[in-house]
Design a protein around this ligand. Structure first.
Ligand SMILES: CC(=O)SCCNC(=O)CCNC(=O)[C@H](O)C(C)(C)COP(=O)(O)OP(=O)(O)OC[C@H]1O[C@@H](n2cnc3c(N)ncnc32)[C@H](O)[C@@H]1OP(=O)(O)O
Ligand SMILES: O=C([O-])CC(=O)C(=O)O
Length: 375
């Protein structure tokens, strides 16, 4: 892939502010959270440790982690008024719209009265998002009102438990853990920038996160994991995938789950989730979806020097764990709320309203014609 054009459309390459939270592509294709390589974190930490790191700046001690997990566990319950709202959202609603409404409604019930409450409210959202999506999903699809206050040790385990009515096995809990770590933070991506713009007006945390969810929903951003699933499940063999992809490229169609606004040669999260997808494929005895995904990766690199981003192998990994496709992007929210909230705190700590300028390309100054004379 050619060098990224700096400047021009999409503010590409422009420095739009400072952050101490992460670096993206700083040394080629690296990704760090507060100075730690994401690969190191994914190999050695639980997601809650990484959330703590992102919020508080340092990895927790054993005691701090136990405390933090206790705090989050205690925040899994949903207020009755929120449950009632979730029960009224139809089964065919988009789950990202459910997340957006859930976040906004919680803001009405437990709003942030002062910025002193920001960490508490961020923890509440981190703990409540899995409950929000699963409560709606199970009510609208299975007609049951689930208990959201589970005793699961991890956020990923809590999510899978509510979704399936049984505790997940170790492999699935571990993959959720890695996935949530990989998605937690990514500098000034579109949804985070949305949150920061909102924060720069001194708005409340729930508004910032609600806006960010809206930005993440699109297929050019978080929605790509769903779109990638819709693509790969169309193919019954690697050869068919290759033939169809070549046709799509010929027709200049976008292939979701490939390319990146910052990385130029690879997304460091891909190799990690790809390994787990391969393990899960072996676990479920898959001999189609994983080989199809690998062939897509080969074809895209060979033909266009486009590489898989974080979303592509997440699609097969989630699918092998039996997670419905439409819940893929909400999982991204369950994780990224850490990065979003931490960016809101950073923006608030050194704020100036974000207000760039536009290059005007409209008509010259003109006079209003009386309405009777317009024709
Ligand atoms: C977790 C995440 O949010 S990661 C991103 C998830 N999004 C996707 O997977 C959606 C598919 N990918 C894309 O649309 C893009 O690659 C983006 C949005 C991620 C990045 O956009 P940009 O920075 O504008 O892309 P970039 O400048 O690298 O594009 C270069 C060329 O490659 C093409 N290209 C980029 N990605 C793709 C793709 N996935 N499929 C086909 N062509 C592509 C572009 O159309 C462009 O061609 P052109 O010069 O003829 O117009
Ligand atoms: O950084 C980006 O533009 C998109 C991305 O990969 C992310 O938000 O994780």
């Amino acid at each position: 892939m050619a060098e990224k054009k700096v400047g021009g459309a999409g503010l590409r390459g422009q420095v739009a502010g400072k952050t101490a939270l992460s670096t993206v592509g700083k040394s080629g294709s690296g990704l760090t959270y507060r100075g730690y390589d994401v690969k190191d974190l994914a190999e050695n930490c639980e997601f809650e440790e990484v959330a703590y790191l992102i919020f508080y700046g340092e990895l927790p001690t054993k005691a701090q982690l136990a405390d933090y997990k206790g705090v989050l566990k205690g925040m899994r319950g949903l207020p009755q008024a929120l449950k009632e709202v979730l029960e009224r959202i139809p089964a065919d609603a988009h789950p990202m719209d459910v997340m957006r409404t859930g976040c906004s409604m919680l803001g009405n019930l437990e709003g942030e009265e002062s910025f002193d409450e920001q960490q508490d409210r961020a923890n509440r959202l981190l703990a409540a998002f899995p409950s929000i999506i699963c409560y709606w999903y199970r009510f609208s699809h299975d007609g049951v009102r689930i208990e959201t206050e589970t005793d699961d040790d991890s956020i990923g385990g809590h999510f899978l438990h509510m979704l399936r009515d049984e505790k997940p096995n170790d492999l699935h809990e571990q993959v959720m853990n890695v996935s949530l770590i990989l998605y937690a933070e990514h500098e000034f991506n579109a949804s985070t920038f949305t949150a920061r713009v909102c924060a720069s007006t001194l708005s409340d945390l729930f508004s910032c996160i609600t806006g960010a969810i809206g930005s993440l929903r699109g297929p050019l951003h978080g929605g790509a994991n769903e779109a990638a699933m819709e693509l790969i499940e169309r193919f019954s063999s690697p050869d068919e995938a290759e033939k169809e992809l070549l046709g799509m490229l010929e027709r200049k169609e976008k292939i979701m789950g490939f390319g990146h606004a910052v990385y130029t040669e690879s997304d460091p999260r891909n190799a990690i989730i790809k390994q787990w997808s391969e393990k899960l494929a072996a676990d479920v005895g898959d001999d189609v979806l994983y080989p199809v995904s690998v062939r897509c990766e080969e074809v895209m690199w060979r033909e266009k020097k486009l590489f898989c981003n974080a979303d592509f192998f997440h699609a097969s990994a989630y699918h092998f764990m039996g997670i419905p496709t439409k819940l893929f992007t909400p999982i991204f929210v369950m994780s990224r709320v850490t990065g979003w909230a931490a960016h809101v705190f950073e923006q608030r700590a050194d704020n100036r309203i974000i207000r760039p300028s536009a290059e005007y390309v409209g008509p010259e100054l003109r006079k209003v014609e009386p309405i009777a004379e317009r024709g």
